[in-house]
Design a protein around this ligand. Structure first.
Ligand code: FE2
Ligand code: ZN
Length: 440
């Protein structure tokens, strides 16, 4: 049985028609596609045009020498059900073969299609996944990554309460993101009096919903927070519950109900800053060299830093969709705008703070030992309630690049398609998702 026989009709070519400047494909599900000759010649995967070993375009496939009106001599559907094109002699006389599934997801009617994401509020049922399954099973790992793509948050259950397990989980995706700090894993520990003097997030006060790294150029990370300990020796004192807010939901509410504020927050900038004083602090062992320590403890060192960055609170992509939310109350810097602008911007800014502080949009829960909370830092604001002074809470945290999550998601999705690297390279996310479901 040839491969095409196992495909859904959507991916099977019924007939092909050669026009002057294009090829029309009639599909077995009734859909019709038109492929421009120039587009096809440019996308040609023959060895002359495309390097089969590196999956890169050959230098010979050059826009300078590409004929703008290439002509075909003959077209056909080959024995595997794929489109075969024989180019006219003056176009180099070469032949192209286009995989039918690949061709279908490159139909113009697919152009610009994105994948759906779900917006949420306090009612969110956070998707949960088992540590062992995510580590051992590619499908479970894919479902975990897919949930972060759709929702922006998830929880891993039953992670062994140690650093090695935490590293194993992040390695399931990719390498750790190098932080702007000598250590790549950070430890939020309610007993760490040194850290409480250096970083606001280590203090026990209420920590409002925020995104991390607003003072830095690269905030495109997924944050993993692994709870190692939560004890309340004094039953009267509790707190330290996690809060999360969907920044894209807030953006949608602003767009629908307060379009003027939405315009302000998507067009004007709010600065973020981070200046760390030279102070001794805990630097975990994977970090750089501890400098100037006075205690004799090699994991204690000094470290200073100073960043400043202008941010859109809501950043839009080229099609006007929110792609990133950057907001952190504690790392705000004085606004950098004219006297005429400040009032209007501040109104919009305070509405954003009001919405992200509203119980309607805050999902609150206790992160328990053995649980890992995963937040897409470009979307989900995170924080926690005030921690009682006797509460013992220990949470280790890391960042993994957002791009790495996406990459692992694409690689695992690619496996489901049963297609080769050769055809998978250059497919949109939407195309990959469609191809993963191409078999009958
Ligand atoms: Fe944070
Ligand atoms: Zn070619």
């Amino acid at each position: 049985m040839s491969q095409s026989q196992q495909l859904k009709p959507t991916f099977q070519i019924d007939s092909v028609v050669r026009d002057q400047d294009s090829i029309r494909v009639n599909w077995k599900d009734g859909h019709k596609s038109t492929y421009n000759n120039l587009w096809m010649m440019d996308a040609c995967r023959c060895p002359k045009c495309f390097q089969h070993d590196t999956l890169s375009v050959n230098p010979g496939n050059n826009p300078i020498t590409m004929p703008l009106d290439p002509e075909t001599k003959a077209i056909d559907v080959d024995g595997d059900g794929n489109l075969k094109v024989v180019w006219d002699k003056q176009e180099g006389g070469h032949e192209s073969v286009f995989d039918s599934s690949w061709l279908r997801v490159h139909c113009q009617s697919e152009a610009g299609k994105g994948l759906k994401r779900n917006l949420w509020d306090k009612e969110l049922d956070i998707p949960t996944f088992e540590f062992d399954e995510v580590i051992q099973d590619d499908n479970a790992c894919f479902e975990w990554l897919d949930s972060i793509r759709i929702i922006g948050v998830s929880i891993i259950e039953n992670a062994p309460k140690n650093e090695a397990a935490f590293r194993q989980l992040s390695a399931r995706v990719w390498f750790l993101h190098t932080r702007y700090h000598p250590s790549n894993i950070f430890m939020l520990d309610t007993t760490d009096k040194v850290a409480q003097k250096i970083q606001h997030a280590y203090k026990l006060d209420h920590l409002a919903g925020h995104t991390d790294l607003t003072a830095y150029t690269d905030s495109g990370v997924i944050q993993l927070l692994h709870c190692l300990k939560y004890e309340k020796p004094n039953q009267e004192e509790a707190g330290g519950e996690s809060i999360i807010i969907d920044g894209f939901k807030i953006a949608q509410v602003l767009k629908d109900e307060y379009p003027e504020y939405y315009a302000q927050l998507t067009q004007k900038h709010a600065p973020g800053c981070r200046r760390r004083m030279v102070a001794e602090e805990k630097v975990l062992q994977d970090g750089g060299k501890a400098i100037g320590n006075s205690t004799g403890d090699k994991t204690i060192g000094t470290y200073a830093w100073d960043s400043y960055r202008l941010n859109h609170v809501i950043k839009l992509n080229e099609s006007g969709q929110p792609v990133e939310v950057r907001f952190n109350h504690n790392t705000r810097a004085p606004f950098s705008m004219s006297h005429d602008e400040i009032r209007g911007f501040y109104e919009a800014y305070s509405k954003f703070v009001e919405l992200t502080s509203s119980p309607k949009y805050i999902k609150q829960f206790l992160l328990k030992p053995g649980q890992v909370l995963i937040c897409d830092n470009a979307r989900a604001l995170h924080g926690r309630t005030e921690v009682g002074s006797t509460v013992l809470r220990k949470v280790q945290g890391i960042y993994v690049k957002r791009e790495s999550f996406k990459s692992r998601w694409r690689l695992l999705l690619g496996l489901k398609t049963g297609m080769t690297d050769f055809w998978l390279t250059g497919c949109t996310d939407h195309a990959l998702k469609t191809l993963a479901d191409r078999h009958a």
